[in-house]
Design a protein around this ligand. Sequence first.
Ligand code: CU
Length: 369
Amino acid sequence: MMKVNRRDFLKVGGALGAASAMTPVMMASASEADISSLPRVKQELVAPPFVPAHDQVATGGPKIIEVELSPVEDKRAIDGDGTMYNTLSFNGSIPGPLMICHEGDYIELTLKNPASNIFEHNIDFHASTGALGGGALTHVQPGEQVMLRYKATKPGTYIYHCAPGGSMIPYHVVSGMNGAVMVLPRDGLKDRQGNPLRYDRAYYIGEQDFYVPRDAEGNFMEYEEHADAMADVFDVMHTLTPSHVVFNGAAGALTGDNAMTANVGESVLFIHSQANRDSRPHLIGGHGDYVWEEGSFVDPPLEGLETWFIRGGSAGAALYTFRQPGAYVYLSHNLIEAVELGALAIVVVEGEWNHDLMTQVQPPTIMTA
Ligand code: CU
């Protein structure tokens, strides 16, 4: 199998390629805290839309949260038509798993790149500080592993993504190598008056743009290996026009039996990330009661939003308390991207209908006048 090195793809990498190839000088400093006595907690990461078990309000002091990621290079169906695409991912899920900690905790990542892979990978945590978000310290060739620890100093929702250098940065990100970290305030989420906000469930929706080449007849093409697909995929990427925009790795991934669920009266936190393009999450039939649109939990949440905006390269969070049962559509309110390209999910809510909030006064009937 062909080994692909980032140095082969630095032709347009310029400063980013050069920067990520630098090895920063690591010097002991007076600011290095003694964290040897901090408790260690292993966080079992789970495939989105599910989130790892966590406390909304921190108990005790700062902890070291141990997590493990492993890049997966494979090929999978990304829509209901069976379109096959060569994907890259963290731990096999697109997006990669959500990590959760509290402000002041440390995240300690072990990144293991299996020897069977062909690519070099690394990780840039937008929640971290320094060394290209850890990207400069985490390059691993196939068969290598690396450990990185960073302090989560800013509460909010942040993406992470692979950034091996040059053209491989967008290629790995739009092949699926992105995920999110939620850094909760130690005393939990709050409204603008400082009152506590709690959720009964949380879901993580990772939006992904894919760029599948087409043949002369307009049919999507399938390639055996990344190395075969790459040149054609770059041609599509350079149009800036995705063939697919999906939630959680494939069109329909969060519908049918895999729809998200909730009950009337429950508050649900929806964390939404887009590592590469802008998005406009909207809950048809509901609202964003409290929305941290730009992801920072230091800022007070916006209230009562109809649609919110997730900037490419960021994650945000929206809290909604369901008041009515039924099927809700959670989508990107670029409706072409939602309905035609796949950026659409379903939330099935059970409970009692509230006729005061809505009632069908007259069902569809033949007009009388
Ligand atoms: Cu990668």
